[in-house]
Ligand binder design. Structure first.
Ligand SMILES: Nc1ncnc2c1ncn2[C@@H]1O[C@H](COP(=O)(O)OP(=O)(O)OP(=O)(O)O)[C@@H](O)[C@H]1O
Length: 461
């Protein structure tokens, strides 16, 4: 769906970033404005209406404390409290992101960004902004959804994926709540988008809340909203994401991370179809369809100590289990071809062919990182491989030394003391040890899930 929202403004002092963002965001916005400094940003905002601002956290060369970004964020929201601002953080600890969200940013992405993540953040922010303004969805969005000849974004014709397609097709039009189960990287978010787009709510917003990326203290006001003065940082009324999804779909990603004390509140909101923003005394009616996803097994979800069973039964009217890639190796060639074409285009290279040995090597790997890992492997192969890809272009696990960061390794003897590469090794080791379970790997590394995701993106893991 091209240009489904109105306008976006990107503020960054790096012209290359602006160029890349503009190319990418045209998929979502009809207009993408770019400026290199806060003063120019304020001038654009004074002259025209935009839905979303993507704001860099630092403008002065070498600055890393994000204070400048926070000041500009404040100015922007003072001018237009309905704007959805997505903070872009290069030097981010998760603290910068949390601080930005406390101050009213609607989301954050870390640089270098993953295109999927930036697009998802931009779409969610745009839906939020339109909902805050009480605007109807863009007419273009209404037309392009619900078309009969629509192709599912989920590639795969294996029996296991055919079952998933069929469940999605049957569940989508019914408004029933859906719980999607599956390992990390299997395509749960894509399945949720497919459900939304095949539903009668396709013209409404799909608002995502990644419960794994938000601290417990933020989840409450993110989900339910707050009124001005409800707590120290609540400088203005804020619509929560449940309300922002009114008339559309609320996608609760990593539902297993919803703190126990908030579970009854969510259950009440879903049962009574209203939300009460933090600090408010009157409930607001909402009409949302909920899709939730988790990488927990069903057995883990059935454990009362982590998850209230009454909430589980409210969420899992229909259950869809997205199979791991090792359960459907027959889907690997089509997925790989799709990603090779995509990345060949992005890096302006010809689409390579695959030697029979390479094809076999791919089928033989067990892909603990699932489709996401296959996508990274395809990107690496496009960057480093030739016209015909051989097994060496798809190194498994630790043998992935041929990837972009590793080829930069200087030829010194003795231990490799480079911090960046050490970080990559540790992150990779933790992921392997925990079978690519993000929560356990993050816990072992002493990171939040969001911080681990950022490092995975950074190192292409
Ligand atoms: N069947 C598929 N066809 C095409 N692309 C896919 C498919 N499955 C996954 N992908 C791609 O793989 C990546 C990971 O998918 P997605 O984010 O939906 O997985 P997930 O299960 O939600 O992961 P996580 O649990 O880690 O959040 C995305 O880039 C997605 O577009």
């Amino acid at each position: 769906m091209k240009g489904e929202f109105g306008a976006c403004l990107v503020v960054d002092d790096d012209e290359d970033i602006l160029f890349a963002a503009q190319l990418l965001l045209r998929q979502v916005f009809q207009r993408v404005e770019t400026v290199t400094n806060p003063a120019a940003a304020m001038a654009v905002l004074a002259a025209q209406t935009v839905d979303v601002v993507l704001l860099d956290a630092n403008f002065t060369r070498g600055a890393t404390n994000s204070a400048e970004g926070m000041t500009v964020l404040q100015k922007i929201l003072d001018t237009d409290p309905h704007l959805a601002v997505v903070m872009m953080t290069a030097h981010a600890g998760v603290n910068v992101a949390v601080e930005a969200m406390k101050r009213g940013a609607s989301d954050f992405v870390s640089k270098p960004w993953s295109n999927d993540r930036l697009l998802a953040a931009a779409r969610t922010a745009a839906a939020l902004s339109r909902s805050r303004r009480g605007s109807p969805p863009m007419p273009g969005a209404a037309e392009s959804s619900g078309q009969a000849a629509r192709v599912s974004p989920l590639i795969g014709t294996s029996p296991a994926m055919t079952r998933v397609h069929s469940l999605i097709a049957r569940a989508a039009p019914t408004d029933a709540n859906v719980l999607i189960l599956g390992e990390n990287g299997t395509g749960k978010e894509l399945a949720a988008r497919d459900l939304h787009e095949q539903s009668r709510r396709a013209n409404g917003p799909m608002v995502t809340v990644d419960l794994g990326a938000l601290s417990a203290e933020l989840i409450d006001s993110e989900l339910f909203g707050h009124v001005k003065g409800a707590f120290t940082d609540a400088k203005a009324n804020r619509v929560g994401r449940i309300q922002a999804a009114d008339g559309g779909t609320l996608f609760l990603d990593e539902i297993g991370n919803l703190p126990l004390h908030l579970q009854p509140k969510l259950l009440t909101a879903l049962e009574q179809r209203h939300v009460t923003p933090v600090g408010a005394n009157r409930p607001v009616p909402v009409d949302v369809r909920v899709i939730a996803a988790t990488n927990m097994t069903y057995a883990m979800l059935r454990d009362e100590r982590h998850f209230r069973q009454d909430l589980l039964f409210r969420l899992n009217t229909v259950e869809i289990e997205v199979p791991s890639l090792r359960e459907r190796p027959e889907d690997i060639p089509a997925l790989l071809q799709h990603f090779l074409v995509q990345y060949a285009k992005r890096y302006a290279k010809p689409v390579p062919t695959l030697s029979p040995a390479a094809r076999q090597a791919l089928l033989d790997q067990d892909w603990p990182g699932n489709v996401r890992a296959l996508r990274h492997a395809a990107e690496r192969a496009i960057i480093l491989g030739g016209e015909e890809l051989s097994p060496e272009d798809f190194p498994a696990g630790h043998a992935a030394e041929g990837s972009a960061p590793a080829t930069l390794r200087p030829d010194h003897s003795g231990p490799d003391l480079n911090l960046d590469r050490a970080e990559r090794r540790l992150v990779e080791a933790a992921l392997k040890k925990h079978g690519y379970n993000i929560s356990s790997s993050a816990a072992e590394l002493g990171l939040s899930r969001a911080a681990l995701y950022r490092r995975m993106e950074k190192h292409g893991l």
